[in-house]
Design a protein around this ligand. Structure first.
Ligand code: FAD
Length: 325
């Protein structure tokens, strides 16, 4: 059962910003995450502000510099199937194709995917957890098999989005509009680490709307890929995943980003792995070293130690695929 709420469908962005800034309101995009939260009483709202009648928020277009602009209301299906994204940014197309199920990809949007709430069963359940403004993280001494092994601090969720790690790997940015005007935020800085504030998922301020996602032109020699491991083959979130973006000169890695999913409360850049790979010739020795480095700083909890060999093996397999590509 839903608690009652009002539903507004403004036709102008500024009107949406004003309605959101008034408080007690939330953006409604595809609703695939939001409506579940409301139905399950994870939180409540006075008003949902739909973006669906505002022109220009969906679609994919080329930027003058060779990059892409993706409207925040663009569906996940459109991203997964877009020929230019598949050709030039396989990591993003592959990550989008791994989201949920065809129904969720048809209805869910990229903006909603980046801003969705975590899937922790204590957060979603009837527990006064820290993220809901309560007093502790119940995963610490509880059922923590799907929780994080990096970056936990005071709350041990894993960040749920598949597209966010891919966009961090591609060094994408988001353009927002809010009560204090417009700003650009790197996707790498969009998500709030729990040590800074465990009750917020993003750094977006009250009333701030994500308008578009800007993806820079692909680096010369870019190899990119997304891998997701989950307990079921569909309708499920990553227990371990990685987005790779390797700028290659032949077999030498000129530059790279390695971003983990299912690992930490935010998309997790494995700087240790990047350090091993940057400047290295991608051979057996480098791949072995990188797969050790990816788990070097892991801090598994009582029931998720299985993630350590999982990440290690996954990075090794993914780097071998890059070598053979
Ligand atoms: C069974 C199930 C399985 C799923 N599996 C996956 C999965 O494997 N991988 C995955 O990544 N996701 C998964 N999801 C989560 C979700 O469906 C997707 O992330 C989807 O893309 C969310 O988009 P939406 O448009 O429906 O967001 P909504 O539900 O409309 O919004 C989600 C949140 O983002 C905020 N928001 C939305 N758009 C904006 C915006 N433009 N600016 C500011 N805030 C905004 C909303 O206020 C809300 O808090 C799953 C969901 C379900 C129910």
């Amino acid at each position: 059962m839903f608690a009652p709420f009002a539903f507004a469908r403004p036709t102008h962005l500024q009107d949406a910003v004003d309605r959101l800034a008034a408080g007690g309101a939330q953006v409604h995009a595809g609703g695939t995450d939001l409506l579940g939260c409301l139905r399950d009483h994870v939180f409540s709202v006075d008003t949902l502000v739909s973006l669906s009648s505002i022109e220009g928020l969906s679609g994919i277009r080329e930027k003058g510099d060779g990059g892409l602009v993706i409207g925040a209301l663009t569906t996940i299906s459109e991203i997964a199937g877009h020929p230019e994204i598949r050709r030039r940014y396989p990591v993003l197309a592959q990550a989008a194709a791994e989201v949920g199920s065809p129904q969720l990809r048809n209805q869910g949007t990229l903006g909603g995917n980046l801003c969705q709430k975590p899937r922790c069963w204590y957060y979603r359940g009837d527990f006064p957890c820290l993220r809901k403004g309560g007093y502790k993280c119940f995963a610490v001494n509880g059922e923590n098999q799907y929780h994080c092994i990096f970056g936990g601090a005071n709350c041990f969720i894993v960040h749920p989005s598949d597209t966010a790690p891919a966009l961090v790997a591609l060094d994408a940015e988001v353009q927002t509009i809010g009560p204090r005007g417009s700003r650009r935020i790197p996707v790498a800085g969009l998500h709030m680490p729990p040590a800074e504030n465990p009750t917020r998922e993003t750094v977006l301020e009250s009333g701030e709307i994500l308008v578009e996602i800007l993806v820079p032109p692909p680096a010369d020699g870019l190899y990119s890929a997304y891998r997701k491991i989950r307990t079921r083959r569909a309708w499920d979130f990553a227990i371990a995943g990685c987005a790779l973006a390797l700028a290659m000169d032949g077999t030498r890695v000129r530059d790279c980003r390695v971003v983990l999913s299912g690992a930490a409360p935010i998309p997790w850049r494995s700087r240790e792995t990047e350090e091993v790979l940057r400047g290295a010739v991608l051979d057996d020795a480098a791949i072995r070293e990188a797969s050790e480095a990816v788990v070097a700083t892991a801090q598994p909890m009582s029931k998720n130690g299985y993630k350590v060999p999982l990440f290690k093996g996954m990075i090794e397999e993914e780097l071998r695929k890059a070598l053979e590509a």
